[in-house]
Write a protein that binds this ligand. Structure first.
Ligand code: ADP
Ligand code: G6P
Length: 734
């Protein structure tokens, strides 16, 4: 197995050049801090942007830069200032970031941004191709590189590619406003596995895939041409040990060894032992709800004035994306808010807010985490929020209270925290009060649960789970559920066909010989198909059956004049050599009167669905409904029908976007077996695409050649991808 290639816009370090020398500082943000731990413990290569534009890179330092990065297992993609503008500040952070965080009004749909995003994604894809081998595993990260999986797939169809989105995936209603929504989805679907932090993001993505691309989704598998893409949620963890060990080390430091920041924090504690420190740390980003938090803090102090001089809020805002206008406005807003609140509420002894606008070294973060009694994190939307997890990990004595927004992905796993709605000031004021008075035993009890979970599901476990799922996906892909019809298999089948003395063929119609149509009556056979069937059924020693769930009227109209053999309605009726249909199975139809009104009520309540009446079965079709809604209704109908039919000899078949109620003793397998018993066949072939064909695949003898159309799980031996391939296959028999 090859190596792992990690690819993201940010590398774990950012380079700067001052006075002709290169300096590297650690990157901030959840992606870089999380993946850094994964990268350092493995043999991976991390490809990304160095933080310097081409214009900022003196040519004579190129080699040194490459060397400095190579030492950290990294390689860079060169981007010029114009590319950074359109790709990073533009499409990534003025279009996708606001849209995916539900700030629709901030999202700019600029064609120029999009064009640059595409070309820069292509650059990243090219860098992967250049620096990786066919058997390497590619792991692409985040919203800046959503087109990369497809771009790599085009050149390396068999490479294993995973993608992880570190930010929320918005609901369909939001996502569909993006002019390039289809291209983005198609870009992502170049992957074998797509990971999200939470099940909700996964669900939103799958819903967009179904509605916008019209692809089939079964549980969390997406079916696209000849591939199955797996979609799953993997909530990202932190390097728990690193934070815990740093906190233990911090606690053991003698006062002389303490940092200036820590000494200032210690002095504060010593001078006012009954006061509490409330901490918030975020990148300066509108999604983090910093301005609202400041307003909520002011509200809290007005509602509960007894906390004046008793609490202090430390706000650490890390500079971020400062070329984007919204971030500049936010910076101004926060500067003003802090100034105003401090100006209005400060006393001689007390400033309510300490505000830092800078990036601090890791040790200072630990100082802040370990010294704060309360962490208050109020994002309006956040893919995960690792700061919440880091705070808990540093609480070595298990005290401390975490107040966390429900809108953060981490809230799903941190139920023991005090969860709040960041828009509800009343609730936040009360929760701050609750946090202030929370008994130590309660703090310990809540945090010990949280710590256990964070320790167990740390970033290493997270990465392993993702990689295991990706590898599993690759192995399944290889061993597929049924074997892909290769040229070799095809010629072997062709040989046995030619040498056979008596052949029996069962061909399903819809989804096999012909594609689906919105109106089933319009999916009539084309001339090519007639020609193919004429030739096949005209061969000597060959018995061909069209075998279908269709009604006998339609098939009679299409095929009786051609004198093809037909089995219809799943095996109720048979017609041979142009003779009228005869009953193959004795079936009763009284139940239909009972079931029809039920189906009708579902038609009324499910726009786009309709009933197909056959002689001995009723089918409810929902191909033309809203896909999510249709599936939901199908599940509901299934439950209703099962409770109605009880032990009667009636069964419900879940086909391809159709549910059919019919007599249990009728199915294609039984019908095929009866035909098989009529002569001594030495070549048996069956092909079909849906659930109802599985009866044939299952019941026919092992020696039969059974072929599934599509990639769903099957009992058939082989699979082909499309109706086009079916025809190519059948042409080999003539
Ligand atoms: P986001 O990814 O949106 O920035 P997260 O909370 O998931 O938000 O991740 C932030 C990461 O950045 C954390 O790992 C945190 O430790 C780190 N970080 C935050 N503030 C600073 C800072 N001032 N200096 C260095 N690292 C920081
Ligand atoms: C979030 C994103 C990351 C990004 C980080 C910092 O965590 O998910 O992809 O790297 O913020 O943002 P920046 O724009 O500085 O890379």
């Amino acid at each position: 197995m090859g190596k792992t290639i990690i690819i993201s816009n940010r590398l774990p370090v950012q380079l700067q050049i001052s006075n002709g020398t290169i300096t590297a500082t650690p990157s901030v943000g959840g992606l870089a801090t999380g993946m850094k731990s994964v990268h350092s413990g493995s043999e991976s290569l991390w490809i990304g942007w160095s933080g310097l534009t081409d214009e900022e890179t003196p040519p004579e330092l190129e080699d040194d830069i490459d060397k400095a990065l190579a030492e950290q297992g990294c390689a860079k993609v060169n981007l010029n200032a114009q590319e950074i503008d359109g790709f990073y500040f533009g499409f990534s952070n003025r279009t996708v970031w606001p849209l995916f965080h539900y700030f629709l009004e901030y999202s700019e749909f600029e064609l120029d941004f999009w064009e640059t995003y595409k070309s820069v994604n292509q650059k990243f894809a090219d860098a992967i191709i250049e620096q990786s081998d066919e058997d390497d595993t590619i792991w692409v990260h985040d919203y800046q590189l959503m087109l990369v999986p497809q771009m790599v797939r085009e050149k390396r169809p068999n490479t294993t590619i995973g993608f992880f989105l570190h930010i929320p995936f918005p609901s369909y209603e939001i996502f569909r406003t993006l002019p390039w929504r289809k291209e983005v989805l198609e870009g992502l679907l170049g992957s074998d596995l797509i990971g999200f932090h939470t099940y909700d993001y996964e669900r939103h993505f799958l819903s967009s895939v179904r509605r916008l691309l019209g692809l089939d989704v079964s549980f969390n598998d997406v079916y696209l041409d000849n591939r199955v893409i797996k979609v799953d949620s993997f909530p990202m963890g932190i390097d728990y040990k690193k934070f815990k060990d740093a906190a233990i080390m911090h606690d053991s430091k003698k006062s002389k060894e303490r940092s200036d920041l820590q000494m200032r924090l210690d002095n504060h504690k010593a001078s006012a032992p009954d006061t509490k420190l409330i901490l918030s740390i975020d990148r300066l980003d509108y999604s983090k709800g910093i301005a609202k938090r400041l307003n909520a803090f002011e509200y809290f102090l007005k509602k509960y004035p007894e906390f004046k001089e008793k609490v202090r809020l430390i706000i650490l805002a890390v500079p971020s994306r400062s070329n984007v206008p919204q971030y500049q406005l936010l910076k101004k807003e926060i500067d003003e808010l802090v100034g105003r609140i401090n100006g209005e509420l400060s006393t001689v002894n007390w400033t309510p807010i300490w505000y830092f606008y800078r990036s601090l070294p890791f040790e200072s973060l630990i100082d802040l985490y370990t010294s704060s009694d309360i962490a208050w994190l109020t994002p309006l939307r956040d893919g995960m929020n690792l700061v919440a997890k880091e705070y808990i990990a540093t609480r070595t004595d298990q005290t401390g209270v975490l107040i966390l927004s429900e809108m953060a992905g981490s809230a799903y796993e941190m139920n023991e925290a005090l969860l709040i709605n960041p828009n509800n000031f009343e609730e936040q004021a009360d929760t701050l009060k609750q946090a202030f008075y929370m008994p130590v035993e309660e703090q310990i009890s809540r945090n010990s649960f949280l710590q256990k979970r964070l320790e167990r599901y740390n970033v290493e476990v997270w990465a392993n789970e993702f990689m295991n799922a990706l590898n599993e996906k690759r192995d399944i892909g290889k061993a597929f559920i049924s074997e892909k019809m290769s040229d070799k298999i095809l010629s072997d089948i062709q040989d046995s066909y030619v040498s056979a003395k008596k052949r029996l063929l069962f061909l399903d119609y819809d989804g096999t010989l012909a594609g689906f149509h919105k109106d089933p009556q319009k999916a009539s056979p084309d001339d090519d198909l007639y020609e193919l069937l004429d030739e096949l059924s005209g061969q000597e020693n060959t018995t061909l059956f069209l075998i279908s769930g269709r009604d006998k009227q339609t098939f009679g109209r299409w095929f009786l004049p051609k004198k093809y053999n037909m089995i219809v309605e799943h095996g109720v009726w048979i017609s041979k050599e142009g003779h009228d249909f005869k009953m193959l199975e004795q079936v009763k139809g009284e139940w239909m009167e009972k079931i029809r009104p039920v189906l009708e009520s579902f038609v009324d309540r499910t726009p786009g669905s309709f009933i197909e009446e056959k002689n001995y079965s009723l089918a409810w079709h929902y191909r033309n409904t809203d896909p999510d809604f249709g599936e939901k209704r199908a599940t509901e109908l299934n439950t209703v029908l099962r409770s109605l039919i009880g032990n009667d000899d009636i069964s419900v078949l879940n086909g391809n976007k159709v549910m059919e109620v019919k007599n249990s003793n009728v199915n294609k397998g039984r019908a095929a077996l009866r035909m098989l018993g009529e002569d001594d066949y030495d070549f048996v072939f069956a092909i079909g695409d849906d659930w109802t064909d599985e009866f044939m695949f299952q019941d026919l003898p092992n020696s039969a050649v059974t072929v599934k159309v599509g990639l769903q799980k099957t009992q058939a031996k082989y699979h082909v991808e499309s109706t086009k391939k079916v025809r190519e296959l059948l042409k080999r028999f003539i």
